[in-house]
Every structure is written in structure tokens, then in C-alpha cells.
Write a protein that binds this ligand. Structure first.
Ligand SMILES: *[C@@H]1O[C@H](CO)[C@@H](O)[C@H](O)[C@H]1NC(C)=O
Ligand SMILES: *[C@@H]1O[C@H](CO)[C@@H](O)[C@H](O)[C@H]1NC(C)=O
Length: 367
């Protein structure tokens, strides 16, 4: 499927009219671009032949339409809540046929559930948009926008945009830890694998920079051993599983270091490390403080902790999603996503380095 560039010819034809219509709004609006995995996918996988999808009920039960959209959430996901706070519409999946004309100027969502930093992550999901393909789609998107508003305005739109990238979780749960004696776990010790992933991640971030991104929030992985899926399969007595948590504790600090080094090399705070592991830990260690009745049991699922298999129409489903930290065996509820986004905007240096989103938005307003 070549959906991300399917409207190219139409746009060229309509160029004259659209140029006049859209040029003024570009200057004010701040576009938002999203890259990564299921934590931030707004529905690209709906258009693909893959098992990594969230397009059937009860996904979306608390979404404004109460319909599944492909988001791995009961309602809004992290990018949606960021868009909401920016005062923008939600980012459309890059494969959506609706992503054309003026909608292009809002930004786009290139994320695809199941992917990772590595090309061999998520192979079991077949046809998903791996990260280098997401970056290619970003290039094609820029060509389409250039046809609409011209290359200079497009460059400005991209330079001024906010970018979110979320990768890494699947390189562990859907690769290294997927099966005992996985190829990657035979190749690398856990510390060496963390270093390898961060080296590969750096190349991806450098490519994003080449493509014009200048404000990029980079999230680390959550405490992977504490998700209901891991509690169901690897934990003893409901304690967070040790190996996946050790993996996160190795990976996240290396990622933050790499980001700091990259900013030093560039000479500007382009990349912002978001410590989403800490935000998760906050509500995992004291769920009641956030109004949750549990952070161990998923709202939707089956088996111990509702952590076995997928969330489907046949699964157990909790009545009040706002009382649960986890929606399905791997993904937070909208309520938990709101707690995470709150720290992106207002968190101190424990959560956001070198600065939080409130600071960034205030700084960039004057540019
Ligand atoms: C992953 O694939 C991309 C493009 O398909 C390639 O440029 C890159 O080198 C690959 N990464 C690794 C580690 O093999
Ligand atoms: C983050 O955001 C808040 C504004 O809500 C601000 O007061 C705070 O100082 C910011 N930065 C840090 C490093 O805490």
C-alpha cells in the first residue's frame, strides 16, 4: 500500500488554488509529527495486513466516537493528548485517505504498532511500517506539503514542528524476550543489547534531524516488567518481572546520555529525553494516589491480571476505565496517558531533560 503518497497528483493539479488558501495559516500553526510503535499509533495498522491492530471493540470504547480507531487505548493515546494541549486536531495516520489538503498542515502520524528500533523487531506481525519506512513516508509527506505551500514554507513548518518518537519496548518484548533463547538474546548480553539499541536509535534520530526535525521528544521505555502481560507470564506473586525491568533500567539512562551527547554535537537542544519509566513507576508504586484501584490488572483481557493474550470482544472488561492504569496487557488507559503527558508538559528534570514541554512552547513562541 502506498497511501502516504497517493494524493500527490491531485495536489499538483490543485496547487494554484490551494497555495493562496493555505499560506497564511502555516505561519501560526505548529505541526506535530509522531513516529514509533503502538503506544503512539493513531491507526496506520488498520490499513495493513498485520495482526498488530486495535480496530475492533472494545478498543475505543471511551473515544469521542466510542468506536475503535486503531489506537491501543480505551480512549485517547499520548499523541492525542499532546495535540489536545497544543489546541490542534489529532494527527491523522499517514496511511489515512483523509490526510490531504489543509489537514496535511496539522502534521501526521507515521507510527505503526509492533515496530522497534531494529528491523528484525516485530517480524511476527508481518506487514508493519518499520522505522526507516516511517522516515521515508515523512520525506514523501514533505513533498506533498511542498506541492501545497511551496518548499520554503514546508521547511519552516517542519523546523517549527513538535515531534514525538517512541521506540524500544518492542525490541525487548517482541524480540529479545519474545522466546527463550531468541536470536538476539544469544547474540547479546542484556547490557550489550541496550548499548546496541541506543547506537541504532542514534542513527534514527540523526536521520530525523536531517529531515528537518528540530524539537523532538524521545521517550524511553516504561518499566516493562510491570505490565499485566509480564505479571501474567514472568512474575512471582505479582511482583514486577525482574529481567524486563532490568532491561529498562539499562536502556533508559543510556538513551538519555546519547541524547545529551547528540545535542552537544549539534549545539542545540533538539532532542528532549522523556523519562516515561518514572511516570509509570509513580502510578505503579502508588496507584491509589492517582485514583486507580489497581495498576496490576488490565481492564481488558483474560487470565491472571487479565494479562494473557489480546483484548478482544470476548475478554473481561472493567466497568470504569478511569480506575485502571492499564487498558490491555501492554498499554495504559487514557487516564494513565494523561498522567504521562502531564509530566511531559510540567515535569521537572526527573522527568524531562533538558526541559519540559511548557518551557519549550514558551521558548519557541518568541522565535
Ligand atoms: C534497517 O533497514 C534500513 C533500510 O531498510 C537500513 O538502512 C538499515 O541499515 C537497517 N539497519 C540495520 C541495523 O540493519
Ligand atoms: C516545567 O514546567 C513548569 C511549568 O508548569 C515550570 O514551572 C518548571 O520550572 C519547568 N521546568 C523544570 C525544570 O521543572
Amino acid at each position: 500500500m502506498s497511501g502516504c503518497s497517493s494524493n500527490f497528483i491531485f495536489l499538483n493539479v490543485a496547487l494554484g488554488v490551494l497555495m493562496c488558501a493555505f499560506t497564511p495559516s502555516v505561519v501560526d500553526a505548529r505541526a506535530f509529527f509522531v513516529f514509533g510503535d503502538s503506544l503512539v499509533d493513531n491507526g496506520n495498522n488498520n490499513y495493513l495486513a498485520t495482526t498488530a491492530r486495535a480496530d475492533s471493540p472494545p478498543y475505543g470504547i471511551d473515544y469521542p466516537t466510542h468506536q475503535p480507531t486503531g489506537r491501543f487505548s480505551n480512549g485517547l493515546n499520548i499523541p492525542d493528548i499532546i495535540s489536545e494541549r497544543l489546541g490542534s486536531e489529532a494527527t491523522l495516520p499517514c496511511l489515512s485517505p483523509e490526510l490531504q489538503g489543509e489537514k496535511l498542515l496539522v502534521g501526521a502520524n507515521f507510527a505503526s504498532a509492533g515496530i522497534g528500533i531494529l528491523n528484525d523487531t516485530g517480524v511476527q506481525f508481518l506487514n508493519i511500517i518499520r522505522i526507516y519506512r516511517q522516515l521515508q513516508y515523512f520525506e514523501e509527506y514533505q513533498q506533498r506539503v511542498a506541492a501545497l505551500i511551496g518548499p520554503q514554507q514546508t521547511e519552516q513548518l517542519v523546523n517549527k514542528a513538535l515531534v514525538l518518537i517512541t521506540l524500544g519496548g518492542n525490541d525487548y518484548v517482541n524480540n529479545y524476550f519474545l522466546v527463550p533463547y531468541s536470536a538476539r538474546s544469544r547474540q547479546f548480553s542484556l547490557p550489550d543489547y541496550g548499548r546496541f539499541l541506543v547506537t541504532e536509535y542514534q542513527k534514527i534520530l540523526e536521520r530525523l534531524y536531517e529531515l528537518g526535525a528540530r524539537r523532538v521528544i524521545v521517550t524511553g521505555t516504561g518499566p516493562m516488567g510491570c505490565v499485566p502481560a509480564e505479571l501474567a507470564t514472568r512474575s512471582r506473586g505479582g511482583q514486577c518481572a525482574t529481567e524486563p525491568n532490568k532491561a529498562a533500567a539499562l536502556f533508559n539512562p543510556l538513551l538519555a546520555q546519547m541524547i545529551q551527547q547528540l545535542n552537544n554535537d549539534i549545539g542545540s537542544d533538539v532532542f528532549i529525553a522523556a523519562n516515561t519509566a518514572q511516570s509509570h513507576k509513580d502510578f505503579i508504586s502508588d496507584p491509589q494516589a492517582f485514583g486507580f484501584v489497581t495498576s496490576k490488572i488490565a481492564c481488558c483481557g483474560q487470565g491472571p491480571y487479565n494479562g494473557v493474550g489480546l483484548c478482544t470482544p470476548a475478554s473481561n472488561l472493567c466497568a470504569d476505565r478511569s480506575k485502571y492504569a492499564f487498558w490491555d496487557p501492554f498499554h495504559p488507559t487514557e487516564k494513565a496517558n494523561r498522567i504521562i503527558v502531564e509530566q511531559l508538559f510540567n515535569g521537572d528534570s526527573t522527568y524531562m531533560t533538558p526541559m519540559n514541554l511548557s518551557t519549550i512552547l514558551a521558548l519557541d513562541k518568541d522565535v
